[in-house]
Design a protein around this ligand. Structure first.
Ligand code: ATR
Length: 258
């Protein structure tokens, strides 16, 4: 996706995007060596996102408040940490979430970025999580509310930020989404994505909801990172096409696992 964008922008082959596998104990050393090697920045994925924030000298409010960075840039000898996960989600939603009622399912790292972004955008955010205390803690920290008996039908926006849908053992029945929960006046986002539509996305579409899939959120957060590094306007269609074509045998992943 990023290499397709770099080609489209006429920045390749000088610019290229590559995957680097690194163990947590080598992360800081690896990142600190990158500017010397000619890198202008990096996307950072699980489990390194909190470490990417910790290693940086400068951090955006999003990275600081989410407590994790998915984007690093190396500018004038400084390591700068940013987080485009929330921005990616907001960009993928067609309408502005201000004043809308949003239900976030989950309280892990993906949920945290979603809650932060939606609260900042003026939505009224409720968090449901299998482990209740984690929802309560996240709600307290980010200005949302926690709910255990979520009546999903009453929300304008539902975001699945759990790993249900990725885990073949886990069923959608473990989420508060019964047959009546989803309807045509809602937008349903599943941050999980894979080579084919997730079960939740399919169910939401069948019930007439507007569906935003995890791949679109991935494209939008990647585009926001590319904008930070290159200062060019990302070619969304090219990135979207490349993301949809990519990796035929890829296992499903949460959007912050890439
Ligand atoms: P990430 O950082 O990608 O968000 P995570 O931190 O492992 O991943 O969070 C996974 C989320 O999926 C959690 O909210 C988890 O709920 P718990 O906090 O109760 O563990 C949720 N989750 C995972 N499996 C689940 C299941 N079978 N039913 C409901 N929620 C599940």
């Amino acid at each position: 996706m990023q290499n397709a964008a770099l080609r489209e922008l006429g920045l390749a082959p000088e610019w290229s995007y590559e995957a680097i596998d690194v163990a947590p104990e080598r992360f800081e050393e690896r990142v600190r060596a990158m500017p010397e090697e000619g890198f202008v920045g990096a996307n950072v994925t699980v489990p390194h996102k909190p470490a990417a924030l910790a290693v940086a000298e400068v951090a955006s409010p999003a990275a600081r408040e989410i407590g994790a960075a998915n984007t690093l840039s190396f500018r004038d000898g400084h390591l700068v940490a940013e987080n485009t996960d929330a921005e990616g989600l907001l960009a993928a939603l067609a309408g502005a979430p201000a004043g809308k009622r949003a239900l976030i399912l989950g309280a892990g790292g993906a949920a945290r970025a979603a809650v932060w972004g939606l609260v900042r955008a003026g939505a009224d955010v409720a968090i449901w999580n299998r482990t209740e205390e984690k929802a309560a803690k996240l709600a307290r920290e980010l200005g949302a509310s926690a709910t255990q008996q979520a009546d999903a039908a009453g929300f304008d926006l539902i975001v699945n930020a759990t790993t249900v849908g990725l885990d073949p053992e886990a069923s959608l029945d473990s989420l508060p989404l019964d047959a009546q929960a989803i309807h045509e006046r809602q937008t349903v986002v599943d941050l999980a994505y894979g080579p084919s539509e997730t079960e939740l996305a399919r169910r939401a579409r069948t019930h007439g909801a507007r569906v935003v899939d995890g791949l679109e959120v991935l494209v939008r957060q990647g585009a926001a990172s590319l904008r930070i590094w290159t200062e060019a306007e990302p070619p969304l269609d090219v990135m979207r096409r490349a993301a949809h074509e990519g990796g035929p045998a890829e296992p499903p992943a949460l959007n912050d696992r890439t």
